[in-house]
Design a protein around this ligand. Structure first.
Ligand SMILES: *Cc1c(COP(=O)(O)O)cnc(C)c1O
Length: 490
């Protein structure tokens, strides 16, 4: 155990201080705290010196894995490199030091940025107008569904309470529908991973509010019958919602608006240059077709409040810093280069797929877009599972891909390399994946007990979820307990 590989509480020594402040008398003179609210004893905080505190947290931060430390091929997440210049632009004082309640007349630059970014997103997606207010992809889904519901209600079409969602959909889709008070109905996928149009036809009637889809779908495959699907759903009076969290492969190549979608969201924190994965700020702008413009939520940068509006989904007009990064990113790439992102992401994904499909099982052998799904190792005789492969990858310094999603296959491993990786990185990853396939045959127990080189070994995930130990207690130093709760080391 390294000396810093401890909890901050373990470094505590009675009476040690990490700061010294000058004595003042302001606290006594101005603040009077009612007796009932005063604490009887000092809080049990760790007493640690400043250098020990700095080292503790710096060393902890070194244990993090991120896009800036290594390859992160997490499917359905678009973990691409985010240029640092966009962070600097988002930090410009003129923009950062403003307040959301400032009078409109004092922030013309902000209003221009909103307008320009909205029209750039419209040009990229083929939607007529955008709201930049939602704070995340799932928040955008909820906003979009509120627009959908409001549209039906305003037309007096009150019986439309069902939303069709494919069985391969991202979990947020049915969850957002439920939060919006709508019922979800599942449409099946065909063995090739695309929507079963025959099954879809049986679900369409005047109770359908709309369908939520993503294209390319969760297997990274393009829904080639999208125009027919749009015709069918519109024919029964429903709307088409596009989950554009993974817009990366379509950038500059194809537009949801042209495919017949009426409402969509984007994840700026996946496709448009905001780092994500640690729960940081995001943005999920929602775009709509021309006839749905009046239903966009409040507040609006044009100051209008049409009666049909879907309501207020945020106090202010979005996460401005994230919007600025997206704007800078789009301008930096420009009309020409933005067209390169999607095809390069698809090329990288297909390169990995073709280089590995002899040792990993490829259930749908088609040209993919930005990502694809293997169904575990080709050789099933070793007992080595997708989880073991994912854990072993950590030993080689790669983040694991998404595993056991989508649920269509038992051993799903979903790989999305993105367009920002070099050929050398892709080749290194392919080399390691092939090596793990060999190790699975030669020394399966070693792979099944991986990772061997990480600060945290293999925690008991079920136990950690059922009985999480979230508080510091002395009995936590019992080694058993430590490994069980997943924060220990071996
Ligand atoms: C990431 C993702 C979402 C959810 O986005 P959040 O910002 O995490 O809420 C929705 N749909 C798909 C397909 C996604 O990949």
């Amino acid at each position: 155990m390294k000396y810093y590989d401890k909890l901050i509480f373990e470094l505590s020594r009675k009476g040690r201080q990490g700061y010294s402040l000058p004595d003042t008398d302001w606290a006594e003179s101005t603040v009077s705290i009612p007796d009932g609210l005063k604490r009887a004893s000092m809080p049990a905080l760790p007493e640690v010196s400043e250098p020990d505190t700095v080292r503790h947290y710096t060393n902890l931060s070194d244990m993090n894995f991120g896009v800036d430390t290594g390859f992160y091929p997490l499917g359905s997440c678009t973990m691409k490199y985010n240029p640092k210049i966009n962070e600097e632009i988002a930090g410009m004082a003129g923009f950062q030091d403003i307040h959301p309640l400032q009078p409109r007349s004092t922030v013309p630059g902000v209003i221009k940025l909103y307008r320009d970014l909205s029209s750039a997103l419209s040009a990229i997606t083929g939607m007529a107008a955008f709201t930049l207010n939602p704070f995340a992809g799932a928040h955008g889904e909820l906003t979009g569904l509120m627009i959908m519901r409001r549209y039906h209600i305003c037309r007096g079409d009150l019986g439309r309470t069902r939303v069709i969602v494919p069985d391969s959909a991202h979990g947020t889709n049915p969850a957002s529908a439920a939060v919006c008070g709508l019922e979800t109905v599942q449409v099946k996928s065909l063995p090739d991973g695309t929507i079963d149009v025959g099954h879809l036809k049986t679900l369409l009637d005047d109770t359908v509010a709309g369908i939520m889809m993503t294209n390319p779908n969760t297997l990274g495959l393009f829904e080639t019958r999208i125009e027919e699907i749009a015709g069918l759903v519109h024919g029964c009076g429903g709307l088409l919602y596009y989950d554009g969290a993974n817009m990366n492969p379509l950038l500059g190549v194809a537009r949801p608006g042209d495919m017949g979608f009426d409402i969509m969201h984007l994840n700026l924190h996946k496709t448009f240059s905001t780092p994500h994965g640690g729960g940081g700020p995001g943005a999920g702008p929602v775009g709509v077709a021309e006839r749905l413009k009046p239903y966009l939520p409040l507040p609006r940068t044009d100051g209008e409040e049409p009666e049909e509006n879907a309501g207020r989904i945020s106090g202010f007009a979005g996460n401005f810093g994230v919007l600025m990064k997206a704007y800078a990113y789009i301008l930096m790439l420009g009309r020409q280069n933005i067209r390169m992102a999607g095809p390069l992401a698809a090329l990288n994904a297909n390169y990995i797929k073709e280089s590995l499909k002899d040792c990993y099982r490829l259930p749908v052998d088609r040209v993919c877009k930005h990502e694809f799904v293997f169904d575990g190792l080709e050789d099933r005789s070793t007992g080595v599972t997708t989880l073991d492969v994912a854990k072993r990858l950590l030993d080689y310094g790669f983040h694991a891909p998404t595993v056991y999603f989508p649920l269509l296959f038992h051993q799903s491993i979903m790989i999305e390399p993105t367009e920002t990786e070099s050929l050398e990185t892709l080749d290194a990853f392919i080399g390691v994946m092939r090596k793990i396939a060999r190790e699975a045959v030669e020394d399966p127990d070693m792979v099944k007990s991986a990772p061997h080189n990480t600060p945290v070994r293999r925690p008991d995930e079920t136990e950690a979820a059922r009985h999480p130990v979230l508080k510091f207690t002395d009995n936590r130093f019992n080694e058993d307990n430590y490994n069980r709760c997943g924060t220990g080391r071996l």
